[in-house]
Design a protein around this ligand. Structure first.
Ligand code: FE2
Ligand code: FE2
Length: 150
């Protein structure tokens, strides 16, 4: 499978988790329950971002550079990672919910940028064979870091 399609499929899994977290926030679920779901999300999302950082992005040097789209994606990965760990450690109920709301906004925007801009660019730059080889590297990495599901 092309790496871009494999990553899109994972975005759909994480988006379903975002939707569930939105519903939990809306119904006022308690903080321990929110943190438990966030831990499952983080266990899948952080390796996903590292796979992009380590496998896809280095194959796209023309999109690199300080002001290029990959720099933005990497910054957002860091923002998501720090938000997720902040939620895990945050003792204050209202603050943890506020950080979670922000993570859900940033996460959705991040997936939209990848799905609608970065991955189509990658599919223009790399041919199907190269995308398939990167997809095989992705699958190999996922065998040792399986995607967690709710
Ligand atoms: Fe990403
Ligand atoms: Fe992604």
């Amino acid at each position: 499978m092309k790496i871009t399609n494999a990553l899109r499929k994972e975005h759909a899994v994480f988006t379903a988790m975002f939707d569930e977290l939105d519903r939990m926030l809306a119904r006022g679920a308690d903080l321990a329950a929110l943190k438990a779901k966030v831990a499952v999300l983080a266990a899948g999302l952080l390796p996903h971002a590292r796979i992009e950082d380590d496998i896809l992005f280095p194959a796209l040097p023309s999109l690199g550079g300080e002001s290029g789209p990959i720099a933005t994606m990497k910054l957002e990965h860091e923002e998501l990672e720090s938000g997720l760990s902040r939620i895990a450690e945050e003792p204050d109920d209202a603050k943890a919910r506020e950080v979670l709301e922000r993570v859900l906004v940033v996460g959705r925007q991040h997936f939209a940028k990848e799905d609608e801009v970065l991955f189509p660019m990658a599919e223009q730059i790399l041919d199907d064979g190269a995308l398939g080889e990167l997809g095989a590297s992705f699958a190999e990495r996922r065998r040792s870091e399986p995607l967690a599901v709710l």
